[in-house]
Design a protein around this ligand. Structure first.
Ligand SMILES: NC(=O)c1ccc[n+]([C@@H]2O[C@H](COP(=O)([O-])OP(=O)(O)OC[C@H]3O[C@@H](n4cnc5c(N)ncnc54)[C@H](O)[C@@H]3O)[C@@H](O)[C@H]2O)c1
Length: 432
């Protein structure tokens, strides 16, 4: 019997973050309850499967037991609660904390005294202290005595497991509202994660780490997107320039330009800090500019399509355009904030004869989707590559030629530019 088997862990939110974490906790001997208010999701998990594709889960889920439930009564008597619910922004980019508030209330209504509550969702500095803690205090708990509240931002990057990073080995930072909470949190994460666990001086710093990490990525991608668009005007291929710059052994970190930034984190989290800044009379000019540039890449991609079609005296209107890729990143089926949606909408508005294909997203409401790659290739005159799925990177140039493709817009710079141009097809990438 392992040391952890007498402890009960409850995870609120069985999504991309919560389910892998639940599986890892169970693997390490904890009794694990997974609560989600999505009954369909819970049914799938109860059948031993994952509601979404994640390679590590395919291996782990059959080996472990997770008590998946929609009933909050089942979460009583647990020792540790991990809150992994969404933290989106609303239509005006304001942080939407309703899921965090609801989940915290559910825990506060059902937990026993002395439990540890860890918020894993990405939030602004201050949310654990100003939003989460008061919910528990209102329910009669005393922070630091009868409830211990911590924040441990999740760093998992779906798809990155192929590079070896999973919830089981990624280093983590933890902050808490008190010493005992920090001690317990570090002890817990050390029992399930092999990566380093870094204790922060306070809970706000732990919250701030995640926002800093994601804003860093958004800003660097925006910077390289701007350079790509500028270099394109003077005929310089940014991908070659980045390769050259990456030979510098220090003070340069390569980032890749592309047709837009998607997912649940990078295009969302900077807005959290932008709003927090506004509350404190601080204007985040840098974060705002990055959001503007990255959000504009969908427009830029569609303009490229228009320009290249014009070169062969065609308009977008009436042209058979195939969009390859609907998900926001390579080899995952996640649609959240995907630039593909905006690119598709724009091309559709321009009255193209549009079809899309994504091997991970077989159907989409209001979008004609091809049943396979052959179908979309055979029905398109122009292609826009939005997601660099392996299936697209490996399309032989002969297949483009055979199907009469005249224009290719490579939104991920993932195709062989020289070979495509040599075959007589008009090619444009993002900055190449
Ligand atoms: N997905 C990622 O790659 C990733 C990486 C790092 C951090 N994060 C952060 O982690 C958090 C969770 O993200 P995710 O991708 O797992 O989201 P998700 O949408 O995949 O999963 C969240 C789950 O929470 C459930 N839920 C919402 N409110 C609930 C409630 N009150 N009670 C029970 N269940 C509830 C939803 O039904 C959903 O299944 C977010 O803050 C996100 O920014 C995500």
């Amino acid at each position: 019997m392992t040391k952890t088997q007498d402890k009960k862990v409850c995870i609120i939110g069985m999504g991309y973050v919560g389910l892998p974490l639940a599986a890892v906790c169970a693997k390490n001997g904890y009794y694990v309850t997974g609560l989600d208010n999505d009954a369909e999701k819970i049914k799938i998990i109860q059948s031993g499967k994952s509601p979404f594709y994640e390679k590590s889960l395919e291996e782990l889920l059959p080996q472990v037991k997770i008590h998946a439930t929609t009933d909050p009564k089942d979460i009583k008597d647990h020792d540790i609660y991990l809150i992994c619910v969404p933290t989106p922004v609303d239509g005006k980019h304001n942080p939407d904390l309703k899921y965090v508030i609801e989940a915290s209330q559910t825990v506060a209504d059902n937990m026993k005294e002395g439990a540890l509550v860890v918020l894993e969702s990405t939030v602004n500095p201050g949310v654990s202290e100003e939003v989460v803690a008061p919910i528990f205090e209102k329910a009669g708990f005393v922070v630091g005595k009868t409830v211990f509240i911590s924040h441990c931002p999740e760093r998992i990057n779906p798809g990155d497991e192929y590079k070896g990073w999973t919830v089981a080995n990624l280093p983590r930072v933890v902050g808490s509202l008190d010493e005992e909470g920090l001690r317990r949190s570090v002890e817990f994460y050390k029992s399930v994660v092999t990566g380093e666990i870094v204790p922060m001086e306070n809970i706000r710093e732990a919250e701030a780490v995640k926002i800093l990490e994601n804003a860093f990525r958004d800003i660097n991608i925006a910077f390289v997107n701007e350079m790509a668009m500028s270099y394109a005007r003077i005929g310089i291929d940014i991908t070659n320039v980045i390769k050259g710059a990456a030979s510098k052994p220090y003070a340069f970190m390569p980032h890749r330009p592309g047709c837009g930034v998607g997912g649940h984190c990078i295009p969302v989290d900077p807005y959290y800090m932008i709003e927090k800044g506004k509350e404190n009379n601080f204007e985040h000019k840098f974060l705002s500019a990055a959001r503007l540039i990255n959000d504009g890449m969908a427009d830029y991609t569609v303009e490229l399509l228009q320009d290249k079609l014009n070169e062969i005296e065609k308009a977008v209107k009436g042209t058979r355009v195939g969009v390859l890729g609907i998900s926001y990143k390579a080899d995952v089926g996640d649609l959240r904030e995907s630039p593909s949606i905006r690119i598709i909408e724009k091309i559709k508005k321009m009255d193209a004869d549009l079809m899309a294909f994504d091997p991970y997203i077989p159907t989409m409401p209001n979008i004609a989707t091809a049943k396979d790659l052959d179908e979309i290739l055979s029905k398109s005159e122009a292609l826009v590559i939005v997601t660099d799925h392996n299936a697209f990177k490996n399309i032989p140039v002969e297949d483009f030629v055979k199907n009469g493709i005249k224009v290719i817009i490579d939104g991920r710079n993932c195709l062989d530019k020289k070979a495509i141009r040599a075959a007589g097809i008009i090619y444009a990438g993002i900055g190449r």
